[in-house]
Design a protein around this ligand. Sequence first.
Ligand code: SAH
Length: 422
Amino acid sequence: MPDEPGQPSGDRPETGEADGLPRGTVVLKPKRARPFFGRHPWVLDSAVLRVDGAPADGAPADGAVVDLVTHDGAFVARGLWNSASRIRVRLYAFDAATRLDAGFFRGRIESAAALRRALGLDDRRGAARLVNSEGDDLSGLIVDRYGDWLAVQVTSLAMSLRLDAICDALEAVVAPRGILLRGAERGLAQLEGLRLADRLVRGSAPTGPIFVEEHGLTFGVDLSEGQKTGFYLDQRENRQAAARLARGRRVLDAFCYSGGFGLACAVRGGARSVLAVDSSAKATALAKANADLNGAANMAVETVDAFEKLGALVAAGERFGMVILDPPKFARSRAAIDDAVRAYHRINRLAVDLLEPGGILVTNSCSGAVSREDFLVMLSGVAQRAGRTIKVLECRGAAADHPVSVSCLESEYLKCVIARVG
Ligand code: SAH
């Protein structure tokens, strides 16, 4: 049964949800249509010349279906309008015959689920990202499956207004035991004018942490308390890649959260020992519990600031055979790139100073604003300052259940560089 909608129904705007037909027309400035013929899904305020309501009764309501047209009136695409967001229109269809109704969103969710089946990521004991926003042509919607439960994150107002239809589709396609709504990052929610509280929207909530399998390891995931939607699914394959190189090494897993990298190295990779650190006590409690759950007696966990800990280890003359760095997003905007690159330089320099000759650096950046090239150039600076060689062995991204649309490269954020430090 449909639960509460995303907003109190009293002030719910007319969204055209039922028929999926346009309630307005967004006219582009001259010479601004090219990205959208290339299927870029975001129409920024700076590209918009004018907005016409249709029928002629003023502007469309936020969340409504609109058509995007060139300045001389030619159809470009169909999308969802939000006057409060810098992304004024998110585009979903590039032909005028497609209605953005409940059946349309269900079709997109079915395609997303079919891709995960094709990837072999539909095992109910495991966890996978089922819908990856732009990567699944569903801008503003993220759905993660943890065993029999779904965690839904809505990052656009228009999607929040369609939450009922989306949950209907998810129930029909996946038949979960429950669907939990997770709020967007605070900044994002503000940018979109979103007011969504974390809550159970369908079925039942798990009574405690749930347990999911990843490459033969078991991880406890707390869907109500955890960061993000409970677990960093994007790092699944990168943890395996690190583990493949960990045999016999003393491993440092910095920014460990619930211990994903460290455990893969300790249990699957045959590491000699693992020290996992994170500044959050909640994270290290999860990492300890996961180490116990998987019988990783060679893994120690410490609650400490990673910059301080790595500095202290360097000062004490400690050496490691592998250092893993997976810090939180350092750059939240383009303006913050320089500061972020300096922070990446500092932590990577500390890691390189800790590595024995021939040691392995597994270094990650999830700042979308810092490009792959910026990140590699940062590493070349570290090599120069440290007087060491750094050879890239693998340049990786997020796991395949986080597809990236080539029409929206801004949505590619994760860089995982595995390198040999000489
Ligand atoms: N590697 C993890 C994900 C890491 S997410 C995995 O595979 O699941 C980033 C982590 O960095 C978070 O757990 C956060 O608590 C931690 N963190 C943020 N700032 C930190 C700091 N200064 N020192 C140590 N940990 C920090």
